[in-house]
Design a protein around this ligand. Structure first.
Ligand SMILES: [Cu+2]
Length: 183
């Protein structure tokens, strides 16, 4: 019992500072001509968590022009792309458990959207991050830079993502949050 109480006290002590948690929301649009309409996203270090909502603003079905949003360190794009192709469509072109994937949505078709939330604790200021679509043949055209922290982030409108109260689940997400949805 004593151990349990001590453990609880530790949890509370750690939970205190996270009262500053702020979820910053960003929208990304993808279309029928294989493009992300946002070529760059900036995230302030004030954001504890980031919610990305990918919306396919086109009309083509997922089987024809399906898109996802996959965030990786820029250096990992090629390897993650290859692993994703092997995983196949049923797994959203993402290798299950791929630790190089920082965050990812499932595949969406025209008129659909998907959301993923991840902690900025997984990001490092100054690192080069890229988001891309891992559908076969899309990655070269569909990619953009994600800026975290640093001087640039403060000057981009996207950096002012609305801050909202932390959600009950803490807003945490792992690549598991982008688990295959069967599409
Ligand atoms: Cu795509």
């Amino acid at each position: 019992m004593i151990h349990a109480r001590l453990a609880l006290m530790c949890v509370l002590a750690v939970a205190g500072p996270s009262a500053h948690a702020a979820v910053c929301r960003l929208a990304v649009e993808a279309d029928d001509v294989m493009q992300f309409r946002q070529k760059q996203l900036a995230i302030s270090q004030d954001c504890s968590d980031v919610e990305i909502k990918l919306t396919h603003v086109g009309h083509q079905p997922a089987a024809v022009m399906g898109h996802n949003w996959v965030l990786v360190r820029t250096a990992d794009i090629a390897a993650v792309t290859i692993a994703g192709q092997k995983a196949g469509r049923s797994l959203n072109f993402q290798q299950p458990g791929d630790k190089r994937i920082i965050a990812a949505t499932g595949i969406v078709g025209g008129g659909e959207s998907a959301t993923v939330t991840f902690s900025t604790a997984n990001l490092r200021a100054g690192e080069s991050y890229t988001y891309f679509c891992s559908s076969p043949g899309h990655g070269l055209a569909m990619r953009g830079a994600l800026l975290f922290g640093g001087a640039d982030a403060g000057h981009l409108t996207a950096a002012s993502g609305s801050k909202v109260a932390p959600r009950a689940d803490g807003g945490r997400a792992s690549p598991g949050a982008a688990a295959p949805d069967g599409t």
